[in-house]
Design a protein around this ligand. Structure first.
Ligand code: EPZ
Length: 417
């Protein structure tokens, strides 16, 4: 099992180029199943979740080819198998998008119940509610979800919970349905807009993505085409936080700055300078910055996927900060793993009270999930007194492309062993 080793204390300096968004990629790849033809997807991040999905698509009968590291051609005209039951499917939460795509095109699918990072419950009741509203039968037998429909008829669906996955999955199931589907109380994340843009590029008629009401007018079929994935808001935020914790000066490039507004405004409140360009943000950080309060919320609120990374930044702020997790039941498991660094954090329900300390101690840290792993890297970049060793790097590789190469280029003392 590979590990990441970091000697903290180096101020990060320079430019970093952000890759395509993981959470757009893991939805758009399944969405290519809806196309009876060839899709060429550009700006795909070179990460494990994309590799797993590519293998799964091939097991369904799609023919795929990497044109280059970040461009995949998918011919879904040959998809014949509507069952995705391999173990790797159950290991990745985004596998549930195969349900919406296979149901939407073939009116049938069997997919292993998705796993994914454990933040308390990870129900899919809203996905099922949407499929049933469109006319599908849904059964869950022996940890396999089976969906089938004679016809899919457009309808109005109100989401009881603002859910990224349910919003996208219902969109996938509705795009070839008869009539119009209206999703109300839909999530508004940038990757939702990206999925809608991809589908519209292929001939779908989706309006309102990025707002809380999305209208999908069913069409007969989708044609092939080319699409470039949106930059990764969470990778960008992770590098912005890495710059901040080291008192660095880093230009995060190839991004959409407005996607980062919640983080940029928090940084400015804390006394960390953020200079905005057309497709970059430059973070110029003092080594001392103010404590603050952060609450994670669905977009455009502060992203829950930056919660662990931001909490680590706050462990060395001047004063006492509060981190409130407003999306998941329990996304603080990583805090126990941070204890060896000397961070002073205690949990009160969905709040983490963080007392700023002068410095963090180098130590062995265990990544418990993807973004917790990113948080351990953030801690390692600041920790002194030796070498921080991060275990379970496989989690980090699920969502970050060559993270140590990018950090080394910014001056971090980091290597993989
Ligand atoms: C997506 O997960 C992302 N994953 C997560 O990113 C991200 O944290 C999350 O959205 C929120 O932004 C992917 O896109 C692959 P939700 P998802 O449905 O779709 C509840 C990462 O690190 N809920 O928006 O599973 C749920 O329990 C990962 O990249 C229901 O109650 O999240 C949660 O409290 C981690 N019923 C809230 O809604 C449902 O049917 C938001 O979940 C669905 C969700």
């Amino acid at each position: 099992m590979s590990k990441l080793c970091i000697r903290g204390g180096e101020r990060l300096n320079g430019d970093v180029i952000i890759n395509g968004a993981k959470n757009a990629a893991v939805a758009i790849l399944p969405a290519t199943i809806l196309v009876d033809g060839i899709s060429v997807i550009e700006n795909l991040p070179n990460i494990n979740d994309v590799s797993i999905l590519n293998e799964t698509m091939c097991s369904l009968g799609a023919v795929t080819k990497f044109i280059d590291t970040h461009t995949l051609e998918v011919d879904a005209s040959t998809v014949y198998n509507h069952n995705a039951l391999d173990e790797c499917v159950s290991k990745m939460r985004a596998s549930y998008y195969l349900l919406g795509a296979l149901l939407g095109r073939f009116k049938y699918a069997e997919v292993a119940m998705p796993g994914g990072c454990d933040f308390g419950g990870r129900p899919i009741d809203q996905h099922i509610k949407g499929f049933k509203a469109l006319g599908a039968d849904v059964e869950v037998i022996d940890n396999v979800i089976k969906v089938s429909a004679k016809r899919l008829i457009g309808t109005r669906i109100y989401l009881d919970v603002v859910s990224v996955g349910a919003t996208i999955n219902i969109m996938l199931a509705a795009v070839l349905a008869e009539g119009t589907t209206v999703i109300e109380n839909s999530a508004k994340e940038p990757h939702i807009v990206d999925v809608a843009n991809y589908l519209n590029m292929m001939g779908a008629e989706i309006k309102g993505a990025g707002t809380d009401v999305i209208r999908i007018k069913g069409v007969e079929k989708l044609h092939g085409g080319k699409y470039t994935i949106v930059p990764d808001q969470i990778e960008a935020g992770t590098f912005m936080i890495a710059a901040a914790i080291t008192g660095g000066d880093v230009c995060v490039k190839n991004i959409i700055p407005e996607h980062m507004d919640s983080l940029s405004s928090k940084f400015r409140e804390m006394g960390i300078e953020v200079i905005e360009g057309d497709d970059y943000l430059r973070v110029i950080a003092p080594i001392n910055f103010k404590a603050t309060t952060v609450k994670t919320l669905p977009y455009p609120g502060f992203p829950t996927d930056l919660q662990p990374q931001m909490a680590v930044l706050l462990t060395v702020a001047n004063g006492v900060s509060t981190m409130i997790e407003g999306v998941f039941e329990n996304r603080f498991q990583y805090i126990e793993e941070l204890k060896p660094t000397g961070a002073k954090i205690h949990i009160e329900g969905n709040r983490a009270i963080i007392e700023g300390v002068e410095s963090l101690k180098s130590s062995h840290l265990i990544a418990t999930d993807l973004r917790a792993g990113a948080a351990m890297i953030i801690a390692g970049l600041r920790a002194t007194g030796g070498e921080t060793v991060i275990h379970n790097v496989k989690y980090i590789d699920r969502g970050y492309e060559t993270v140590e190469t990018k950090l080394s280029a910014l001056g971090a003392n980091i290597y993989r062993k």
